[in-house]
Write a protein of this length. Structure first.
Length: 277
């Protein structure tokens, strides 16, 4: 049986609280499929396609639900909660997916969306990681030179450039000579394809429009701060709903605008407010 993957298993026993599945009759290893997951007409000997993971007590369990990613694949998941040891992500199953701090490439908050992969840790548990995504991205994009694409920033390569997942699945990069200091991990950008490498990777350039939009967003945030008499009573840690209601911006756009204003020394950020300087 393979943790973190879909597989076809046979029903070998029915119990009050579900059915037990195994690769074949008489196999020593078996796994429980809870009653609420069992198809109504299921019978002993039937084959079911299930996904295997571990429940809250670290017991191997099967589900017929479809998680948002499987072992070794990529997916964009919403952050539900950030705690002392890591974050918990919504991946479509009853038990939330754990993202350890050591597997993060940037600070994240509840409500953020992050591009992650699924791996098995040293304790044989399924966990998420924001690292080692480069080798999992596809090289068969349909895009050509001159196309305009949307991509998510997933890593800063310093000497190499800024790594981007176009459509959250295709490998791309913004060259190191372009100024990406205003960008953050997780930002979704609009870019233009400069060229396609022989291996299929995309070379991108930020569109001028992206910088103009950042300028406009920064000025919009300053206007809102002025409306609050120079002290905005929340920061970029606020919920996406609050930020959208008060500024009209998405959380990512707001964070970019605040970051720019901070670097320009036009504001100071306290634990609970943003103050005009």
């Amino acid at each position: 049986m393979r943790l973190g993957e879909y597989q076809k298993l046979r029903i070998i026993k029915k119990v009050e609280f579900g059915v037990y599945l195994a690769e074949q009759e008489g196999a020593e290893q078996r796994v429980l499929l809870p009653f609420r997951q069992v198809p109504k007409e299921a019978a002993i000997g039937d084959e079911l396609e299930v996904f295997l993971y571990k429940d809250s007590k670290d017991r191997l369990i099967a589900t017929t639900n479809r998680p948002k990613l499987t072992l070794g694949t990529l997916g964009v998941l919403k952050v539900l909660e950030v705690g002392k040891i890591g974050a918990f992500l919504d991946w479509g199953l009853e038990k939330d997916l754990f993202l350890p701090y050591k597997e993060m490439t940037a600070r994240i908050e509840a409500g953020d969306e992050v591009l992650v992969t699924l791996y098995i840790d040293k304790s044989s548990r399924l966990c998420a990681s924001m690292k080692k995504l480069y080798g999992l991205l596809r090289l068969d994009s349909p895009y050509q030179k001159g196309d305009v694409v949307n991509g998510r920033i997933y890593e800063f390569g310093h000497d190499f450039g800024t790594f981007v997942a176009v459509d959250d699945c295709y490998s791309a990069m913004i060259p190191a000579h372009e100024d990406c200091s205003r960008l953050h991990i997780g930002d979704v950008i609009e870019a233009k394809v400069l060229g396609v490498k022989p291996d299929g990777k995309l070379d991108l350039t930020l569109r001028e429009k992206a910088y103009l939009q950042m300028d406009a967003d920064a000025e919009k945030v300053m206007e809102v701060i002025e409306e609050f008499a120079g002290v905005l009573p929340f920061t970029d840690k606020a919920s996406p709903e609050v930020i959208k209601r008060e500024t009209g911006l998405s959380k990512n756009a707001f964070k970019r605008a605040v970051g720019r204003l901070y670097r320009e020394r036009r504001i100071e950020i306290t634990e609970r407010a943003i103050r005009k300087l």
